[in-house]
Design a protein around this ligand. Structure first.
Ligand code: KIV
Ligand code: ZN
Length: 554
């Protein structure tokens, strides 16, 4: 038997009743275009801040939203405070509203609040009056103590008031949005009844469309159930062709994005939400995530998030709320792989990706460059990382293409360093550790004064080997430079591998030579790397460095 405090939760919490829609269509559909977006950052988002934004901040956010491409923006709740009212007036009177943008203002279905809202919006070229009243049994019974009928009549009285004002002020193009607040917790038949009554009362037609916004005011159930509710309404609403069907999911269960996407499959045309999921409690649906989800499906969202860091900086500054490092698409860490196997796959993905072809990089659902991020942070190295990530960083930052066995060898060196340091290692630190490990040509042994002479059989070399106080002149012969040098060194070892590649291009190009040696009494492969504009010098450095690696370790 469970001893958890939740053992009795079935008596305390009651699941939402399931809507009956056995022939639901949405599971078989696919999204083919982006919805109409409504940003409520300046209203629902602002209402949720510990310190609501000042008029100056609201204006800055309004301008950012316009720049991002929002065409419908809920600018406030003008009847709620003088600041809100004045802000809407300033937008209109100081002509801050671009011609392609329509502002929206929220009001409860109460006559004095409606009046104040309408006054606030007067003079706008186009304005959406967003009328709401809660419709769920909980609100009717506990909060309002109103019957269904009186909730319906209150809504209709509100619509009539807006309509009369609109007719008296034809200089503004007035649009009506109606939200049965707590729609997701309302009986379906009542939602339908009140929505149809509202649209009829407004005189809905092709010339007088109505936005019906069906909010998940508090997210109470799974996204598939919300989608069923939306499809049920979508199939039954009167004059559906003149209705803009809108959704407004909150994120209490953490599934607002899924709820919005499934609702779009179920027939919704429009989504209300906030950037980064701002909003009451756990927030409104995150419009940035929804928009970039569209991008990953090949759908142009009509919003421009190509400079995400500027958006993050501005929003953080204006709202005082930081963006989580793991926030979808926006977080500081979301394009970063620390895990070795992920790094390996990403590295291979980048190598295989052909410019202009569909994006195919493992673990990266979107090209970081599409949102203004660079590839620099894609792979970062810590104790979870492996050879792939290390090699990737050295290759992208320093142009080193390490042979596979050297990658494995260096990964062990890095791992030992990280075990001591217990933190991340950036490319510069890796590079300096790499040089210290594989490019050491001074101690304990230095090879100097090399002279080469081609011979019929290959190459002859003279050099001096310095080790401590000893300075030994050496001479050797072989079928090439390296063979001659190894012969001169006269060590009980042999060359295991030799690879070279160019680093950089044109006059700046350098040769990178990688060598490995094996001593007779030791199974270890000792690597050395030389980098120089001259390939012979690079090879000599590589042999020298491999010698030093062997002697240092013994
Ligand atoms: O969450 C909600 O239901 C609302 C309404 C006012 C639309 O914000
Ligand atoms: Zn809301």
């Amino acid at each position: 038997m469970s001893s958890s405090v939740f053992a009795r939760c079935s008596q305390k919490y009651v699941p939402m009743p399931v809507i009956d829609l056995p022939d639901r269509q949405w599971p078989g559909r696919a999204l083919s275009r982006a919805p109409i977006w409504l940003s409520t950052d300046l209203r629902d988002g602002n209402q949720s801040l510990m310190e609501p934004m000042s008029a100056a901040r609201k204006l800055a956010l309004f301008q950012l939203l316009c720049t991002l491409g929002f065409k419908e923006i809920e600018v406030g709740f003008p009847a709620a405070s003088q600041v809100e009212f004045d802000f809407v007036r300033a937008l209109i009177e100081q002509q801050h509203i671009p011609p392609e943008v329509t502002i929206q203002a929220l009001t409860q279905a109460r006559a004095p609040l409606i009046e104040r809202t309408l006054v606030a919006l007067t003079g706008a070229r186009r304005a959406i009056v967003h009328l709401y009243i809660a419709t769920s049994p909980q609100f009717r019974q506990t909060v309002f103590q109103m019957s269904r009928q009186s909730v319906l009549e209150t809504a209709l009285a509100a619509v009539r008031q807006v309509r009369a004002y609109a007719e008296a002020h034809p200089e503004t193009e007035w649009l009506l949005e109606f939200s049965p607040e707590t729609f997701n917790a309302t009986e379906a038949d009542f939602s339908l009844e009140i929505c149809n009554a509202v649209t009829a009362c407004w005189g809905i037609s092709a010339a007088r469309p109505v936005i019906l916004n069906l909010p998940a005011t508090v997210e109470t159930h799974m996204p598939n159930r919300y989608a069923d509710q939306i499809e049920w309404m979508h199939r039954r609403l009167a004059q559906r062709e003149h209705v803009v069907l809108s959704v407004h999911p909150h994120n209490d269960r953490g599934t607002a994005v899924a709820a919005a996407e499934l609702a779009l499959l179920a027939g919704a045309d429009r989504v209300e939400g906030c950037l980064f999921g701002q909003g009451e409690r756990t927030g409104n649906v995150d419009l940035l995530t929804l928009a970039l989800n569209c991008v990953t499906q090949g759908i142009d969202p009509g919003l421009d998030f190509s400079d995400l860091d500027t958006v993050i900086r501005s929003c953080t500054e204006l709202t005082g709320i930081p963006v989580h490092p793991r926030h979808p698409y926006a977080g500081e860490l979301v394009y970063t792989a620390f895990s070795g196997s992920h790094q390996d796959a990403i590295k291979k993905g980048f190598a295989a990706q052909i410019a202009g072809d569909p994006w195919q990089i493992p673990y990266l659902p979107i090209d970081p460059r599409d949102v203004g991020r660079s590839y620099a942070a894609v792979i970062r190295v810590n104790s979870q990382s492996g050879k792939g990530g290390i090699a990737y960083l050295l290759e992208t930052a320093y142009g080193l293409a390490l042979p596979r066995r050297l990658q494995i060898d260096f990964a062990q060196v890095v791992q030992r360093a990280l075990d001591t340091a217990e933190r991340e290692m950036d490319a510069a630190t890796l590079w300096s550790l790499f040089k210290q490990t594989y490019c050491q040509t001074e101690t304990p042994i230095a090879l100097t004064d090399l002279r080469w002479q081609p011979e019929a059989a290959g190459m002859r070399v003279w050099l001096v080997r310095h080790q401590g106080s000893q300075h030994a002149p050496l001479q050797g012969q072989g079928n090439g430079h390296i063979a001659a040098l190894i012969d001169a060194l006269d060590e009980p070892m042999r060359l295991v591998s030799y690879e070279e590649h160019a680093r950089g291009t044109g006059a700046e190009a350098e040769a990178v030579a990688t060598i490995s040696l094996r001593w007779d009494d030791d199974p270890t492969e000792w690597f050395g790397v030389g980098i120089d504009t001259d390939i012979v010098t690079a090879s000599v450095q590589a042999v020298n460095a491999a010698l030093n690696r062997y002697y240092t370790a013994r």
